[in-house]
Design a protein around this ligand. Structure first.
Ligand SMILES: CCCCCCCC(=O)SCCNC(=O)CCNC(=O)[C@H](O)C(C)(C)COP(=O)(O)OP(=O)(O)OC[C@H]1O[C@@H](n2cnc3c(N)ncnc32)[C@H](O)[C@@H]1OP(=O)(O)O
Length: 253
């Protein structure tokens, strides 16, 4: 019964795009001599619904390079035409939440129904600036996705530098989000990374994911991690994502 209702809710799934909150019919008590009136309620009471916090907006832990790069891409999300009219620009900022499924269903605590303590790995540390501070921007025309990452002190690997697993996590996150935008629900099948130069802890880097090719269920992307001014190559990667059916995840794959 629960699995069926979860599956029904999942039909609303739209990767990285919020859907409006569910409107639930609420029955009024029947008044003698009148028919039952149904009205709708905006959202269900807590704990089932709440407004998710977008973690990809600037906070006080962001350093000048992180802010500069954010503003660089954010200013291209909306452009002003000659008459002062605003229109969509080439880039789109992707909002980010600490529960993927909660967001995908417009605030429904779907992941609570599946696993109450589940949190997105890259958004599970509350202290701002301590781990992954990042924001993603997508350029659908150029089939590119950019991630700006400020790597916090909890991501240490070699003394003073970022852990290779943390770098892999961010590459997987940027390429995974990109592949999802390109192909719908996917899972990482293969990720190959060459680490070229270490990333100093606390620094800001840019991850650029580009579509290589699509073949049936397979989406191939490449990714480069560079210093914030682009002068140093830190890592380069290739990744393969395979399209999956969302029901497969619910059935335990
Ligand atoms: C918004 C936040 C974004 C975060 C993104 C994070 C993404 C993740 O981390 S996902 C977690 C890590 N990944 C996993 O756990 C995946 C585990 N693996 C699986 O579930 C499955 O093996 C899966 C889904 C990848 C592929 O299974 P399945 O759907 O049965 O694919 P299958 O039909 O066998 O293969 C499809 C094609 O892909 C190819 N393929 C599958 N796996 C691989 C692989 N590892 N390497 C190379 N090719 C592969 C097959 O050869 C086949 O190719 P072709 O069509 O040319 O014959």
């Amino acid at each position: 019964m629960m699995a069926a209702s979860v599956r029904a809710t999942f039909r609303l799934f739209q990767p990285l795009r919020p859907v409006p909150p569910m409107r639930i019919p609420l029955r009024q008590p029947t008044v003698p001599g009148r028919t039952t009136v149904a009205r709708t309620m905006g959202v269900l009471p807590l704990p089932f619904f709440s407004k998710p916090r977008d973690f990809s907006l600037p906070n006080s832990s962001w350093g000048p390079e992180m802010v500069r790069l954010y503003e660089h891409y954010n200013s291209q999300c909306e452009v002003e035409r000659e008459g002062g009219e605003k229109q969509k620009g080439p880039w789109k900022r992707l909002p980010s939440y600490n529960r993927v499924l909660k967001y995908a269903t417009g605030g429904v605590y779907l992941s609570k129904l599946i696993q109450s303590k589940a949190r997105l790995f890259t958004r599970n540390i509350k202290e701002p600036g301590a781990s992954f501070e990042y924001v993603l921007f997508d350029n659908s025309e150029e089939q590119k996705c950019v991630g700006i990452l400020q790597a916090g002190h909890l991501l240490e690997g070699p003394p003073g530098f970022v852990h290779g697993g943390a770098i892999a996590t961010m590459i997987d996150t940027v390429t995974g989000a990109h592949a999802t935008l390109l192909s719908g629900p996917v899972m990482t099948a293969n990720l190959n990374i060459n680490y070229r130069s270490p990333i100093p802890l606390g620094s800001t880097v840019v991850l650029e994911s580009c579509l290589d090719k699509k073949e049936d269920k397979k989406t191939f992307v490449t990714c480069k991690v560079t210093s914030s001014n682009g002068s140093k190559l830190h890592s380069e990667a290739t990744a393969l994502f395979v399209s999956i059916s969302v029901c497969k995840i619910l059935d335990g794959v």
